[in-house]
Design a protein around this ligand. Structure first.
Ligand SMILES: NC(=O)c1ccc[n+]([C@@H]2O[C@H](COP(=O)([O-])OP(=O)(O)OC[C@H]3O[C@@H](n4cnc5c(N)ncnc54)[C@H](O)[C@@H]3O)[C@@H](O)[C@H]2O)c1
Ligand SMILES: N[C@@H](CCO)C(=O)O
Ligand code: NA
Length: 433
């Protein structure tokens, strides 16, 4: 079977994540594209122990990848704007499609790169450049394409949000937390880009173009970082009911576009205020849809690779011959659907909140807990409330259990003379990732 051949330039945090995701999910990816995606060539100065590249052709010079006639898609993950610009323009000149995670490159040279791509009939995809793994460019450019966009506001630098969160929760020093964010692979090669707002401004530039149909204009973004925020500011803001978040804001005022990134006090109770650590979140307000919110990991090896690989898949679909199935109707190609069983509700497992009313008599609780344990149900917490018309409300939280076992237990509990048979059951999901 023919395969789509990918060349990867740069094998750092995002490059290694991209190799790992492409290899681990190769089977499913091939079912989605209709053809396998093959890593044909890697350009890297050195190997990265975070990924296994055995059997893949490696060159020290990334331009060897851009000039390799075998490569269909060049994935630029070296960062920076000088060599990266030249590399991408070279690959485009050679008729290759481009995937990049490089927001600096797109924000500062995107207008030139898109023009070159148009001249050579290739595509440039850069979902990973904004808000890491959140598919925000797809949401804005496609999902909300019916709307006039009123404004976009988001936490779009993971490193900065990580530092602010740690300062607030751990009262640790700025430098210590920044060093940790660097070690985790979140920070830019030059971390002043993160703490002085440059990285957020690059991303906002891209968001604003897609929101409002304006050219990329990085130099016009007002930019302030988080480096002057102190723990006193964080605490004082909290006394007024606010949290301090670094926001990128792009707003259509009707007589001009606001483009600004800066620390911002936002009310503690709004959802953006609950976005912590390396997580990003972007709110978009459209005239038809109203406010919408997108949340997820804004940086890190595999979250970013998630967006890089999605772009590779999209280009891979464009390269497959069957035009009707570029994006298959159900995501996977029709002959690649799988026949996994769907579980009946009895075979679903979750925790349960139970509220029952029992008579105020010795031994009733013991009967209830014995029935639960007979059915392999363990109790996480139990509270007895004030008696109400002779009956005592009991609230029980259970650990995860099969619904069928819970049904058995509830049937027996409801049959007890001492328990009202109207038992309230609400399923509990902690949604731990
Ligand atoms: N780390 C993240 O969480 C993240 C998230 C979204 C986007 N990005 C973007 O992805 C890109 C890569 O970021 P990263 O975190 O993987 O950086 P990184 O520093 O971990 O990796 C970059 C790699 O490219 C190599 N490289 C640089 N110039 C080269 C050259 N001329 N020839 C060969 N190799 C070269 C470096 O040696 C390094 O291994 C950047 O544009 C960054 O802004 C990163
Ligand atoms: N340095 C960036 C990487 C993701 O774009 C951040 O911390 O958000
Ligand atoms: Na993204």
């Amino acid at each position: 079977m023919k395969s789509i051949k990918v060349g990867i330039a740069g094998l750092g945090t995002v490059g290694s994540g991209t190799v790992n995701v492409l290899k681990r999910n190769a089977g499913e990816i091939a079912r989605r594209v209709g053809q396998p995606i093959e890593i044909a060539h890697i350009g890297a100065r050195r190997e990265n122990p975070a990924c296994d590249i055995t059997g893949i052709r490696v060159s020290r010079d990334v331009f060897d990848v851009a000039n390799d006639p075998d490569v269909d898609i060049l994935v630029e993950l070296i960062g920076g704007t000088d060599v990266a610009r030249e590399l991408v323009l070279t690959a485009i000149g050679n008729g290759k499609h481009i995937v990049t995670a490089n927001k600096a490159l797109i924000a500062e040279h995107g207008n030139e790169i898109f023009l070159a791509a148009q001249e050579h009939g290739v595509d440039v995809a850069f979902e990973a450049a904004v808000a890491g793994g959140i598919p925000i460019l797809k949401a804005l450019g496609e999902g909300l394409a019916a709307n006039h966009i009123n404004w976009v506001a988001g936490i779009i630098n993971g490193t900065g949000n990580y530092i602010l969160t740690e300062m607030e929760q751990g009262a640790r020093s700025f430098d210590e937390v920044l060093a940790e964010a660097q070690a985790l692979g979140y920070a830019e090669a030059d971390p002043t880009f993160d703490v002085e707002g440059v990285d957020a401004a690059h991303k906002l530039t891209i968001l604003a173009s897609i929101a409002f149909g304006i050219p990329l204009q990085f130099s016009k973004v007002y930019m302030e970082g988080i480096s002057r925020i102190t723990i006193e500011d964080v605490n004082s803001a909290a006394q007024f009911g606010y949290r301090i978040k670094h926001l990128g804001i792009a707003k259509d005022t009707g007589n001009g576009i606001e483009l600004r990134v800066h620390p911002t006090l936002i009310p503690q109770e709004i959802m953006l205020a609950a976005v912590n650590g390396v997580m990003n979140a972007v709110m978009i307000d459209g005239d038809a849809v109203g406010p919408t919110l997108y949340y997820g990991a804004g940086a890190g090896s595999e979250p970013t690779a998630s967006a890089v690989v999605a772009d590779i898949i999209e280009l891979g679909r464009e390269l497959t011959v069957d035009h009707h199935e570029r994006v298959p109707y159900l995501g996977f190609h029709a002959d690649q659907m799988s026949d996994e069983p769907v579980l009946t509700i009895e075979n679903v497992s979750c925790g349960y909140y139970l509220r029952l009313h029992v008579q105020d008599k010795a031994g009733v609780l013991a009967d209830v807990t014995r029935i639960l344990s007979d059915n392999r149900i363990s109790i996480e917490a139990m509270v007895q409330k004030e008696a109400d018309e002779g009956l005592v409300p009991i609230v029980i939280l259970t650990h995860r259990v099969r619904e069928g076992d819970m049904n058995e237990a509830l049937k027996r509990i409801a049959a007890l003379d001492t328990v009202d048979n109207d038992i309230m059951r609400i399923r509990v999901e902690t949604l731990d990732a």
